[in-house]
Design a protein around this ligand. Structure first.
Ligand SMILES: [Zn+2]
Length: 167
């Protein structure tokens, strides 16, 4: 089965200072979490936004139980950077848990390993579950125009602008 989700890469290009991209080996299979049984509610949902590098830090350190040095090398970042991202991720999860907030997983200054593709037509990101097979079209919109996600970091501002104008 293909896994598809949208990634907000625009924020990276708009940030005032260039940030080193963080490598994601295994993107999340869900786009968030919802609490249930909340007693006090002000009507609108309280949201906590967990970005993809924070998700990846949690996955590596708390799920796979790697130490921070291993996790940082897998994400291709320094250990202090990993520690910072990981700390932020845990703080957000704790806050969502204690305050009964929804968790939305999206965005981040990231790139994927070579098995992930980005559709130029609908903007979705999908993986190749069968490495023996060559991907011919986007599983969502069937467009044949897509790029390998390792090219994310080299995308020009022009191509992003063009994509935004199309919407
Ligand atoms: Zn598509």
């Amino acid at each position: 089965m293909f896994i598809i989700f949208a990634v907000n890469i625009c924020s990276y290009y708009m940030s005032p200072r260039p940030v080193k991209l963080r490598k994601i080996s295994d993107p999340p299979i869900i786009s968030g979490f919802k609490p249930y049984g909340k007693n006090k509610s002000n009507g609108k949902p309280d949201l906590t936004f967990l970005n993809l590098e924070e998700y990846e830090a949690l996955r590596l350190c708390d799920y796979l139980m790697l130490d921070q040095l291993q996790a940082s090398s897998l994400m291709n970042i320094s250990r202090p950077t990993l520690t910072r991202i990981y700390g932020r991720a845990r703080q957000k999860i704790a806050e969502a848990f204690v305050l009964g907030k929804q968790i939305i997983i999206e965005g981040g200054k990231i790139y994927f390993d070579s098995d992930w593709y980005n559709c130029k037509s609908c903007g979705c990101v999908f993986n190749n579950p069968d490495k023996q097979k060559i991907i011919g079209e986007c599983p969502l919109c069937r467009a044949k125009d897509f790029t390998n996600c390792s090219e994310f970091s080299h995308k020009s501002k022009e191509s992003l602008k063009r994509k935004r104008n199309k919407k």
